[in-house]
Design a protein around this ligand. Sequence first.
Ligand code: UD1
Length: 420
Amino acid sequence: MDSFKIKGPVKLSGEVSISGSKNAALPIMVSCIARPGIYTLNNVPNLRDTRTMIKLIETIGAKVKKDNNQVIIDSRDCNNPEAPYDLVKTMRASFYVLGPLLSRFTTAKVSLPGGCAWGPRPVDYHIKAFEKMGATIKLDRGYIQADGKLKGAVIDFKVSSVGATGNVLMGCVNVDEEVIINNAAREPEIVDLCNFLVKMGVSIVGIGTSILKIKGDSNNQPVNIIHNIIPDRIEAGTFITAAVMTHSTITLKNINIDHIKSVLDNLKNVGLKVSVNSETSIIVSHQGEIIAQNMITDVYPGFPTDMQPQWIALMTLSNGESTTEDTIYHDRFSHIPELLRLGANISLNKNIAKISGIEKLISADVMCTDLRAGAALILAAMVSDGTTSISRVYHVDRGYEDFEYKLESLGVDIKRVSVK
Ligand code: UD1
């Protein structure tokens, strides 16, 4: 298990190019299973999660070629509609395979994902939606066995779910009848998936809104598609937060400014200055005090839960008291005990963290408990006095491409220590 050693405090300078979005790449990669074809995906981040997804679709029978950030998937000979526990347990997003498999093969055996570092994270919406679309679903020794030709339906999600919306969308690829999703997720990653499915021949009305009307096509003609994955808005948000915490000026390239609007707006309230270079590049800078601000996470276009740990890390150095409430994942606070080890002043009451800003953090040994918690600890280590050792960085490797090299190029003293 690798760890990072980071010597703080640091000042950042230079530019960083943001990678393709993990959470857009994963469903798009697996949706290639739904219809035979040759798919060329560009701007796919090279991450532990995307490599796991390649293994999963190869298990199903796809041939995959990977060259840097280009992944070419040939799904013409897929023949094994089964997703084993070994792969699903390492990455919850593997559960996305249920929709494409059911759509193409009318049968699927997919391991239940199990628990997660921040609570149970159920998949009941996915299952109920496919039942409504005509599938018979049984649980057998940790696996979901789903059978039946999917048909038209009206799906009402009680809570907007990125995963369930994506899974149903992919399930629709070969359904000739209309499927309506009410309270659909509107996240940019879902929009990217919709745009990809449209290239596959699926008709989708309402892309980017909370009502999607989808009509697939059972004519299983092979397709040949090229698609560029959108930039990762959470990676961008993490680097901008780093600039604020270190009172630095950095340039971000390859971003979609619209996708990070709520992050930028909230960071501007903290004192961030932003100047726009071009449609895909901004310069961000911060000087002076970090102004304490309350935060409540929300579905898109609100402030993302995937930025909540980094936001709390930022507020530990603010000029006053603030609260951060996570309305999406009520238990997603495992970074707090680790930030306390660095001297932060935070208390937690249910899903609301109360943070009293202090002048500086002091280095200590800490541990990543999940992907974004790990990002928060890296940010905190960068502004802590002394050398912080962060263990279990495999969590961070799941979702940040070349993180330590990008940080190093901005001036961070960071080393990976490999323990065999
Ligand atoms: C996705 C993202 C994750 C992000 C989250 C919220 C991927 C691979 N992961 O996760 O990084 O933090 O969106 O933006 O894209 N829920 C249920 N039953 C279900 C499904 C969801 O109760 O069947 C609840 C969840 O517990 C949660 C809420 O719905 O409270 C939203 O979860 P969801 O949007 O589904 O998150 P994921 O798709 O798992």
